[in-house]
Design a protein around this ligand. Structure first.
Ligand code: 13P
Length: 255
């Protein structure tokens, strides 16, 4: 059975002080929830402080990005070696990274590096609004998955996040049914790239305007194993509620 994962992507929000306060507000309630994996992904600068605060709890810390090299002349970058002791996960290929930082061509190397350093990659895939309207969603996702996973045999720790770009930060989420259908296609693609068992085991999250009001709609879908949450993860009441709802709904549906 797949264990659900709810991950908060704080993006470029919170100073160190604010990050410490935010995780402090989340910690007690999140720690009580034991059948859902709980992850917060603060900015690089706060990873250390947040990881110290959650150290004795069940809350995990992830990075929003990383370089694929261990060290070297890459001004401004952060390496897997630098984060591996404090991060259980790393988000790779977020659409904002693909759009603003040209990440498309580095995603495969970053996933390989994450696996090498024992950091579980959360690979983001998703189509643009126009691709969706032109009926190209499947084609786009297949291409993103093929490119990201080329030459990678072992994906036991990989998590995939389906984030339709038109739903990110817009307040317009996909419907539960839509997301479930697309995530089913992603699972089929993983089955064809690997095998059926690997596809059944891989966790696939939904992301894009997920919040406390719509999380139940996603979590009751058979193919959806959690959420990658942006805006709502900065609001403790929302995020805690999303975790609680996931914990009570997910296991009613056999996944
Ligand atoms: P929002 O939840 O703010 O739409 O962001 C989604 C996202 O990009 C998470 O990685």
């Amino acid at each position: 059975m797949r264990i659900p994962l709810i991950a908060g992507n704080w993006k470029m929000n919170t100073t160190i002080e604010e990050a410490v306060a935010l995780v402090g507000n989340l910690l007690k309630e999140l720690d009580k929830i034991d059948n859902v994996e709980k992850l917060v992904c603060p900015p690089f600068i706060s990873l250390r402080a947040v990881s110290e605060i959650v150290a004795k709890s069940s809350v995990k810390v992830g990075s929003q990005n990383m370089h694929y090299e261990e060290k070297g002349a890459f001004t401004g970058e952060v390496s897997p070696l630098m984060i591996k002791d404090i991060c259980s996960y790393v988000i790779i290929g977020h659409s904002e990274r693909r759009q603003y930082f040209n990440d498309d061509s580095y995603i495969n190397s970053k996933i390989k590096a994450a696996i090498k350093y024992g950091i579980a990659p959360i690979l983001c895939v998703g189509e643009k609004a126009e691709e969706n309207q032109q009926g190209k969603t499947n084609e786009v996702l297949e291409r993103q998955l093929e490119q990201a996973l080329t030459g990678i045999d072992d994906i036991v720790n990989l998590v995939i996040a389906y984030e339709p770009i038109w739903a990110i930060g817009t307040g317009i989420s996909a419907s539960g049914k839509q997301a479930n259908q697309t995530i089913d296609l992603i699972r089929q693609k993983i089955s064809s790239l690997y095998n059926k068992q690997i596809a059944l085991n891989v966790r696939i999250l939904y992301g894009g305007s997920a919040n406390a009001d719509n999380i139940a709609e996603f979590m009751c879908q058979p193919q959806i194993d959690g959420a990658l949450v942006g805006g709502a993860s900065l609001k403790p009441e929302q995020f805690i509620s999303m975790l609680k709802q996931t914990s009570s709904i997910y296991y009613d549906i056999k996944k």
